[in-house]
Design a protein around this ligand. Structure first.
Ligand SMILES: [Zn+2]
Ligand SMILES: [Zn+2]
Length: 252
């Protein structure tokens, strides 16, 4: 798996940072996790072909994680170099069918293609993982919204976990258990609580308790200009720490 943080920003508009989007390229497929504002152009900036997407997964329904699905599907329908017949699987947490029906009620004709586009509603608890040709995908409830979930990908003996938005929670620790790389949000500044988001102390707590080998910090407001990696280190996490920018790439 090759992972690209396409968008590392938050609800706050920033020129250099797009909203949440993570692309995972496996041996034969391109998977996208979240599609916040700017994600499609962010893929271009990061050298990823937006038309290559095979599967989309949403962590929750906040606009900074979902809105760019509209321009992405609009582009695939009307601007692809050749008409698409390859399927595009779109998955999100329960009640995803209701969310998707509302979205396609507004934009449907302009975004719903003639190619196969199955939608999958993931129950809050993962009983059976999603099997793709190259990896297994598990998920678990996060502490952010009633529907919010994070994802865990296992492929070729490596594990990658993406929290989406969350505060501290035991299910997040369990999801991240012994991950090779944990891509984790840090939406709250040190010492300042923001409901449903993690401070650097919260990042360190989840990372340490889960035994994650490396963390990559994302979804933080850059204007703070604090050294988040140093703050996570000071809070007691002993593994490797990276801070994402738009376009940051890594393997788990
Ligand atoms: Zn968010
Ligand atoms: Zn959110």
């Amino acid at each position: 798996m090759e992972i690209t943080v396409v968008g590392s920003g938050t609800v706050l508009p920033e020129l250099e940072r797009r909203q949440s989007c993570v692309v995972v390229e496996t041996a034969s497929e391109t998977l996208v996790f979240d599609l916040g504002s700017g994600a499609v152009r962010g893929m271009l900036r990061a050298g990823i072909d937006p038309f290559s997407v095979d599967r989309i997964f949403f962590t929750h329904f906040h606009p900074d994680h979902t809105v760019d699905v509209v321009p992405l599907l609009f582009a695939i329908k009307y601007a692809a170099r050749e008409p698409r017949d390859r399927k595009l699987v779109i998955s999100g947490p329960e009640p995803f069918h209701r969310f998707w029906a509302a979205l396609t009620n507004v934009w449907g004709e302009w975004m719903v293609g003639d190619y196969p586009m199955p939608t999958v509603q993931l129950p809050l608890a993962c009983r059976v993982p999603v099997e793709t040709p190259d990896c297994q995908i598990f998920w678990a409830k996060t502490e952010h919204r009633p529907e919010s979930i994070g994802y865990r990908l296992e492929a070729a003996g490596k594990t990658f976990v993406y929290t989406g938005d969350t505060a501290y929670g035991e299910s997040v620790v369990a999801l991240a258990r012994n991950a090779d790389t944990l891509l984790i949000e840090c939406g709250a500044p040190a010492g300042g609580e923001v409901p449903g988001h993690l401070t650097p102390e919260g990042v360190a707590r989840i990372a340490s308790e889960s035994g994650a080998r490396r963390v990559v910090i994302t979804h933080f407001p850059a204007f703070l200009q604090t050294d988040l990696a140093a703050e996570v280190r000071a809070a007691g996490y002993e593994g490797e720490i990276l801070t994402a920018e738009d376009g940051t790439k890594f393997s788990p």
